[in-house]
Design a protein around this ligand. Structure first.
Ligand code: NAP
Length: 280
């Protein structure tokens, strides 16, 4: 079974648009981009396009590549105070001279629709999430849409980044999976991934995972977004793994669209919560 993120994205965005129209208010997302990295610019454009589609207002702020950390933080504080802004998204990665954690921590947790603020990550790990990071939350939605229940499964997560691996593990644990996290120092990796009923791969290595690393009948979620000779591919060797797995996400068209759908959902959530102070 191919887990079609594009199709589920369209379905979720359609439902969200109706909810937003019925709510009678307009959520607003502010995006902050530092510099002019073409991939980051493309991702931000896609997010603004999705905003338009679901009737979320959007504001794009672009700061020069040379901006020091304190200037980025000042811009975010301005957005924090703006009652018209429901959610703030800082496009990562930031240029290397910028203190990324300081920037993330400057976003008001109530407007942190990316879910990377330590308050939101802490709540997620405590099993009481407010905003969960969009990629892993989008994966949970995709699994749910296809009636794949992680309860009791051995879920193996490859990668331990704050954006994907760690929150993915927390969400799967909350969904009653037994979770193993692996990383670049993990020994005997294939013997661990080969035990996975559900394998989530987020390592940024093109087509790294082949059939010998995957248990027959496993569910395989490929988060990787790599460009090889101008062609987009995942961290999983899709063509060789697809007949081995019971369900698998393609790249493109799998996890990526779900990330964007979740960002829209989180922004609407932030807007709703801002109307009932203290509820978030
Ligand atoms: P990242 O911050 O570079 O983290 C990569 C992780 O993979 C690290 O924890 C690293 O381990 C681990 N790793 C590297 N080689 C490994 C190996 N051979 N076996 C097991 N673990 C290994 O990357 P990220 O931000 O999590 O992103 C991962 C991939 O997902 C990238 O291709 C990125 O573009 C993509 N992505 C896609 C979306 C989407 O919406 N589709 C969203 C976010 C990211 P160490 O910690 O030991 O270094």
């Amino acid at each position: 079974m191919i887990l079609d993120g594009k199709k589920i994205q369209e379905k979720r965005l359609e439902i969200l648009k109706e909810e937003i129209d019925e709510s009678g208010f307009t959520p607003r997302l502010a995006t902050v981009i530092v510099g002019s990295d073409p991939a980051s610019e493309l991702y931000v454009r896609m997010k603004h396009r999705a905003c338009e589609q679901v009737h979320i207002g959007s504001v794009g702020i672009t700061l020069p590549e040379s901006s020091p950390t304190k200037e980025v933080v000042r811009e975010i504080q301005f957005l924090n105070r703006d009652p018209e802004i429901s959610g703030i998204l800082v496009q990562l990665p930031l240029p290397p001279h910028i203190n990324t954690m300081q920037v993330i921590e400057s976003v008001l947790p109530e407007k942190d629709v990316d879910g990377f603020h330590p308050a939101n990550l802490g709540r997620l790990f405590a099993g009481n999430p407010a905003f969960s990071p969009c990629t892993p939350q989008g994966i949970m939605t995709l699994l749910n849409e296809y009636r794949i229940d992680p309860e009791g499964m051995h879920a193996v997560v490859m990668g331990r980044s704050i954006e994907v691996g760690r929150p993915m593990a927390a969400l799967l644990l909350s969904a009653d999976a037994t979770v193993t996290i692996t990383h670049s120092k993990t020994r005997n990796l294939p013997s661990i991934t080969g035990q996975a009923d559900l394998l989530v791969v987020a390592i940024g290595k093109p087509r790294y995972v082949g059939p010998s690393m995957v248990k027959e009948g496993a569910v395989v979620i490929d988060v990787g977004t790599n460009r090889v000779d101008g062609v987009l591919c995942g961290d999983v060797d899709f063509d060789r793994v697809k007949d081995h797995a019971s369900a698998i996400t393609p790249v493109p068209g799998g996890v990526g669209p779900m990330t964007i759908a979740t960002l829209m959902e989180n922004t609407f959530l932030a807007a709703k919560r801002s109307l009932c102070t203290g509820v978030w």
